[in-house]
Design a protein around this ligand. Structure first.
Ligand SMILES: [Zn+2]
Length: 107
């Protein structure tokens, strides 16, 4: 069933974060409705995961595939030349993460 509202979910544990998302009005018409009830929001990490993972690491996430990897701050500084993002979330292509061995290939 299509709906104009959906719940956002944490990209790490996939639990609902309680944040409601809604479609926007574009050119006088409502955007495409959601066809899922729950959507993963790559930037909305839940409190629990924030404390567990983001307090010690930086989350790299591909916003298109929601593939993600959490790496230690030291590792982030070693790999990237950019400063550690204040929100501790950085976007990166899944293919790049795989190429760098940050995501384990499923066997
Ligand atoms: Zn979570």
């Amino acid at each position: 069933m299509k709906s104009h509202v959906a719940m956002s979910a944490c990209p790490i544990c996939r639990k609902e974060t309680g944040v409601l998302m809604s479609t926007k009005i574009m050119n006088g018409k409502l955007d495409e409705p959601f066809d899922q009830r729950v959507y993963i929001d790559p930037t909305a990490v839940c409190k629990e995961c924030e404390e567990t993972y983001l307090s010690v690491g930086i989350m790299l996430i591909d916003p298109d595939t929601v593939a993600l990897s959490v790496i230690k701050e030291e590792a982030f500084k070693r790999i990237f030349t950019i400063p550690v993002p204040s929100e501790r979330i950085a976007f990166m292509k899944e293919s790049d993460m795989r190429a760098m061995g940050l995501i384990k290939e499923e066997t």
